[in-house]
Design a protein around this ligand. Sequence first.
Ligand code: GDP
Ligand code: GDP
Length: 455
Amino acid sequence: MSFKLAIVGRPNVGKSTLFNRLVGKRLALVDDQPGVTRDLREAAARIADLRFTVIDTAGLEDATDDSLQGRMRRLTERAVEMADACLFMIDARVGVTEADRGFAEILRRQGATVIVIANKAEGKAGEAGFYDAFQLGLGEPVQLSAEHGEGVTDLYSRLRPLIEAHEAAEEAPETDIDVGEDDGDEGTRRPDKPIQIAVVGRPNAGKSTLINRILGEDRLLTGPEAGITRDSISVQLDWDGQAFRIFDTAGMRKKARVQEKLEKLSVSDGLRAVKFAEVVVLVIDVTSPFDQQDLRIADLAEREGRAVVVAVNKWDLETDKSDKARELREAFGRLLPQLSGAPLVLVSGLTGAGLDKLRAAILSAHDVWNRRITTAKLNQWLAGEVSAHPPPAPSGRRLKLRYMTQAKTRPPSFVVFCSIPDELPTAYRRFLVNGLRRDFDMPGTPIRLFVRGGD
Ligand code: GDP
Ligand code: GDP
């Protein structure tokens, strides 16, 4: 999908003028009367060789009464949700107004990637407003004159890395799995929107017992399959106020098959369930934890980019509970470093113990998987890491890492720009991934890091 850029800001700052310039056709009406256009418009746009889609939010009269302010806010929020990045425009001749601060707050709250545009800056007229715009705390503004076409080169150099990052992530094989129709809702959780989970694990780990326990404890089955659920491919339920959809694995089916066959099936069924899932719950039997098959399934979930929660089942059988828990955590960290810090929950499908903790762990894993970190924070972080531990110079040439941005969530995916991308050692990439995981608190989720060429 093409990179989407929203132009946001209060009325009359010059959004439509810029929109027209980027689109190259007189699509949007421009008028001295604020707000002659209506609602959101999208159009194909370009600057030199950069091609993208631009979303215009011009179209509301001066937001003086409450309902208009509300509409303006909703319109902006919608545009920000749809967009990969936002141009937040202010009028450099006027400086930063109270309304501008309101918009800045919306953008911050939504975690948007923002480029501040100080418009109407032709001549020297916009200088004060340009400096003023730093106080919005959204990074260095671009001085622009949408009307006269000045400053477009600066805009180009700010947009280029974002668009390249977006394209890199789109090309990447690891991120081509679509989880469903609701990919747009990144970073938010709604109680009525089911969190999709797959319960996987080898035969006899206790998957069916656990699922039936979750379903059994007076939990409402919802959705079209209610009633025939035990045989269907997935079940939807309300689990203490949050909707979940559990995807079927072999464990949920009737066990009329011979064990050998089940063994094979559970791997391919597990794979299918993992593809549908947002969070994978790996059920492990405490009496024989982390055998090859468990590790294979966890590795598969990681490669598919899913958040992982480990449910150590049959905990009721364990006598030495405190030592065992520590031992399991240690083993997990060692055997699956790529899922370092994934929540490990001790449960018993038989007694129902630990189910609340399991639910909480799934929710928090889902949040981490959806996390978005602002470009400003990432670059501040990158500068610190690089100066503390500069990348090595394998062929004598110094490697420069100048810029990092988050291209995607679900799972968190980042792009770093490197002067000689092919020479950035795997160990250094791992160092950056581990640092991201640690400093931005993203335990147990796969983290993708793409390296691209560019200064
Ligand atoms: P919108 O309401 O944010 O979409 O703003 P418009 O694009 O309709 O512009 C509002 C007014 O500002 C119009 O009269 C434009 O001609 C004027 N304007 C837009 N860009 C510039 C600029 O770069 N310099 C100056 N001086 N005026 C501009
Ligand atoms: P699945 O093949 O992963 O679906 O495993 P099942 O749910 O069929 O369970 C396999 C066996 O383990 C059954 O005999 C269950 O009764 C037993 N089991 C499952 N969960 C627990 C548990 O939490 N504690 C104990 N003690 N046994 C369990």
